[in-house]
Write a protein that binds this ligand. Structure first.
Ligand code: ATP
Ligand code: MG
Length: 541
């Protein structure tokens, strides 16, 4: 990764001998699927460690049993690996509950934590505001013995949810509101995905997170900028809980994408209200969604890295990500022919029943992808918009009645007449071909009126093509989903592709003069389904 403010800090710490080995962690809460924003955090965590020979753990911040589920745990592991990162260890914050309980007892013994009987509302009210100091809780001066006993009772399930909390005793007049006696533990009667019903008290994020980092020997704990004001508390807990290791929290700006929402809460709403087909809907900015659409892990990483890293939140355009996808797929994919919205050409002077094959280079920019045999016969499909009955002007460089074009990699054909369906649409175009003009023969007597692609009929594979636009109508930020959702953001067309390969789910191709496409999860052998991953830039069409 290129130099950035985080690497500067890390290099200084190494040079000064403050740390020997860089240890980082990616700490998702397993309550939903990862999105493109998380990719920034993952890249920063893994790449920074990698650049200095260090290591990175994947640690689940699973301290909130109300919203977490093992389904998300598995999906997150899979998504991190998809991005190309193998965690040094896969760890669970909840595995430190015993240790954290002891550290909380230590705080109590040091007179730095107390059990509070105030309700949630009372605690909020006593917290004060940015301009006013808070007020001390009436339970703040409980004795160490009483606090130890009450805390143990909390753990043993003697109280109802909300009846008591454990709070740090810091300073109710502290200018940083996070330091005004924050809650450390709350009572929650919920089944935990790893520990079942063992616990009915759960640590709050601000207490759990620094201790998790310290227990694991994390040296640099990267997180997004909204945690900046929590850093004094992070440091306070590490110090007062007398942790052996002192991790350093460093914040970076969040990555946002224009006209896209990167937030788990909204994902759930989109899925539950049926605006999308699921978390892996190709329109979703989840890692599963973009993977299904055909975005590559390398492109996502390049995108994240090229967007740079700063302390402020950045909103970048989707064009940047699409650019990275095109760049990445350019050399990796074979360039094949597909006909979306087909019409048939019948080459009247070509022998019935004959199929000939022409050698075609799969990717002129990457020889390693080899050659293929492409079929040609009396019947081929072309794109409907590559034909017009009457040539409208000189700029029309495609097929028209009386005009001759090259069928790419095959012959010149001239259109002579049209057959229509019952609705008057063009169904078939009758042509004649010139055997002298075979591609590669060096024929140069005439110039055709353009080159168009085709797919031979008897070998063609039937396919559906999914097209996507943004899920949201541009300029509707802040409005309700019912107004924001773009109703026809997923459209389907039908056509054919040349019989190139097995077309396995996830395989990507360039459809010549069209775009990059990827075989969708719903694809079947007798009816292939492709997602348009990203269109070619119009100048290449
Ligand atoms: P959300 O806002 O979608 O609910 P979150 O921040 O609650 O996300 P976590 O599971 O806590 O999600 O995130 C794990 C890590 O990913 C955190 O360190 C968080 O700072 C980081 N992260 C989440 N969203 C972004 C983003 N858009 N850009 C950069 N980092 C992010
Ligand atoms: Mg979070």
């Amino acid at each position: 990764m290129e130099s950035n403010f985080i690497k500067t800090i890390v290099e200084k710490d190494l040079a000064e001998g403050k740390v020997k080995e860089i240890v980082t962690r990616f700490p998702p809460e397993p309550n939903s699927y990862l999105h493109i924003g998380h990719a920034r955090a993952i890249v920063v965590d893994f790449e920074t460690a990698k650049d200095y020979g260090g290591r990175t753990n994947l640690r689940f911040d699973d301290t909130n049993p109300e919203s977490e589920d093992v389904e998300y745990v598995d999906a997150i592991i899979e998504d991190v690996r998809w991005l190309g990162y193998e965690p040094d260890k896969i760890l669970y914050g909840s595995d430190y509950f015993d240790e954290q309980y002891k550290r909380a007892q230590l705080l109590i013994r040091k007179g730095l934590a107390y059990v509070d009987d105030s309700t949630q509302e009372e605690i909020s009210r006593m917290r004060g505001s940015f301009t006013e100091a808070g007020t001390n809780s009436p339970y703040r001066e409980r004795s160490v013995e009483e606090n130890l006993e009450l805390f143990e009772n909390m753990k043993n399930g003697k109280y109802k949810e909300g009846e008591k909390t454990l709070r740090a005793k810091i300073d109710m007049a502290h200018p940083n509101i996070n330091m005004r006696d924050p809650i450390i533990y709350r009572i929650v009667y919920q089944h935990h995905h790893r520990h079942g019903d063992k616990w009915c008290i759960y640590p709050m994020y601000d207490f759990a997170h620094p201790l998790q980092d310290a227990i694991e020997g994390v040296t640099h704990s990267f997180c997004s900028i909204e945690f900046e004001n929590h850093r004094p508390l992070y440091d306070w807990f590490v110090k007062e809980c007398e942790m052996e290791h002192t991790p350093q929290q460093i914040e970076f700006g969040r990555l946002n994408i224009e006209n896209t929402i990167l937030s788990k809460r909204y994902f759930r709403e989109l899925v539950e209200k049926g605006y999308v087909t699921g978390y892996d809907d190709p329109r979703m900015p989840t890692l599963r969604g973009i993977k299904r659409r055909g975005y590559t892990a390398d492109a996502v990483k390049d995108f994240v890295i090229s967007a740079g890293l700063s302390k402020t939140n950045a909103t970048v355009s989707m064009d940047m990500l699409e650019h990275a996808v095109r760049e990445d797929l350019k050399l990796k994919t074979s360039r094949i022919f597909a006909v979306v919205d087909p019409i048939e050409l019948v080459i009247d002077n070509y022998p019935e029943g004959k199929v000939e094959y022409v050698d075609v280079v799969n990717n002129p920019e990457n020889e390693a992808l080899g050659l293929r045999k492409m079929a040609f016969s009396k019947y081929v499909y072309i794109n409907r918009d590559d034909f017009i009955e009457e040539k409208p002007n000189k700029k029309w460089k495609r097929l028209a009645l009386g005009e001759e074009v090259r069928l790419m990699n095959a012959y010149f054909v001239k259109a002579n007449s049209v057959e229509y369906d019952k609705d008057g649409n063009v169904l078939r175009v009758h042509c004649t071909y010139d055997p002298e003009t075979k591609s590669g023969s060096g024929f140069d007597q005439r110039k055709p009126n353009g080159n168009i692609g085709y797919v031979e009929k008897s070998t063609a594979r039937k396919a559906k093509f999914n097209y996507f636009t943004s899920l949201f109508v541009p300029g509707t930020e802040g409005k309700d989903f019912s107004e924001r959702i773009c109703k026809d953001s997923w459209t389907i067309k039908e056509g054919f592709v040349e019989d190139f390969s097995e077309f396995k789910v996830g395989d990507s191709f360039q459809f010549i003069r069209d775009g990059y496409y990827t075989v969708d999860t719903e694809s079947k052998e007798d009816e292939l389904v492709f997602n348009e991953t990203v269109a070619l830039k119009s100048s290449y069409k």
